[in-house]
Design a protein around this ligand. Structure first.
Ligand code: LIP
Length: 267
């Protein structure tokens, strides 16, 4: 697995360099997807092509799932889950919080059933490299990282995010209105992959969001777990599109107790 992990990390670093180079040259919207604000740039597509070409050259029997449309069924039992540029709106606005996220999972690319094996999240703007290999801990630029110790929700710094559907954002806003008086403060970073890694590094006490895609969470979730954190879904379900909450285990319990009456999963 060490060799495969080195491939995951190496690809994420190479892809992040390409994303940054394209950012520096200027970025335009190539198209919109699920709504007018859900945009894709040519760089998203080019970075995904680069990563997929490298993977299939090195691992032709593996499966691949990518945000920008790649869907390859493998025969090896392993699947690569790719978000070429997570935080695309940040990327468009040149906000230095966008990342390449690459994970290798055992099984299908379904958060409810997959087993994360290796993951890397590289911030294209800062070059920060988050990584985790199952059973070997989590690292930031080679240094071991751990989630912050559990704290009372009243002093917890919590990250969250909002979807590309306007009605959903309004409902997510209503949940946030119910939560914000119960915690220290809230951060909206704009990249689920980086938000999860910030929990792993103790830069956030917790992160929750509803409506994420498998590629938004695949690598970051493993980084949190290998940093000693919990990544959970709604009421004991696995984390997934329906709901995701990441934090130190005891804080995850306490925040779930606050978010449940707010029906944070029904947005
Ligand atoms: C984004 C996520 C973010 C979420 C956005 C969007 P993208 O992914 O990272 O957490 O709030 O709605 O889903 O579209 O930049 O890959």
């Amino acid at each position: 697995m060490r060799e495969l992990h080195d491939l995951v990390v190496g690809l994420a670093v190479e892809a992040a360099d390409l994303a940054r180079t394209r950012r520096e040259a200027g970025v335009d919207i190539a198209a919109s997807k699920t709504s007018i604000v859900d945009i894709v740039t040519e760089a998203d597509r080019e970075v995904e092509r680069l990563v997929v070409d490298r993977i299939l050259a090195a691992r032709p029997d593996d499966g691949v799932l990518g945000e920008e449309g790649t869907s390859v069924a493998g025969t090896s039992g392993l699947t690569w889950v790719i978000d070429p540029i997570d935080g695309t709106v940040n990327y468009l606005y040149d906000i230095p919080a966008y990342a390449v996220s690459i994970a290798l999972v055992e099984g299908d690319p379904d958060p409810a059933t997959w087993r994360g094996l290796s993951g890397a999240v590289v911030n294209g703007a800062t070059g920060e490299r988050f990584e985790a290999l199952r059973g070997h801990g989590a690292r930031l630029d080679g240094r071991e990282i751990r989630v912050a110790d559990a704290v009372d929700p009243a002093v917890a710094l919590v990250g969250t995010g909002f979807g590309y559907d306007a009605a959903r954002r309004s409902r997510q806003g209503a949940v946030l209105q119910g939560l914000i008086g119960e915690v220290r403060d809230v951060r909206r970073g704009g990249s689920a992959a980086l938000d999860l890694c910030f929990v792993a590094a103790g830069r956030l006490n917790a992160y929750y969001e509803t409506g994420l895609n498998p590629w938004d969470m695949a690598a970051g979730a493993l980084v949190v777990e290998e940093a000693g954190g919990a990544v959970r879904g709604w009421r004991g379900e696995p984390a997934g599109t329906g709901f995701l909450l990441a934090a130190a285990p005891a804080l995850a319990d306490d925040l779930a107790a606050i978010l449940e009456p707010l029906r944070a999963n029904e947005v």
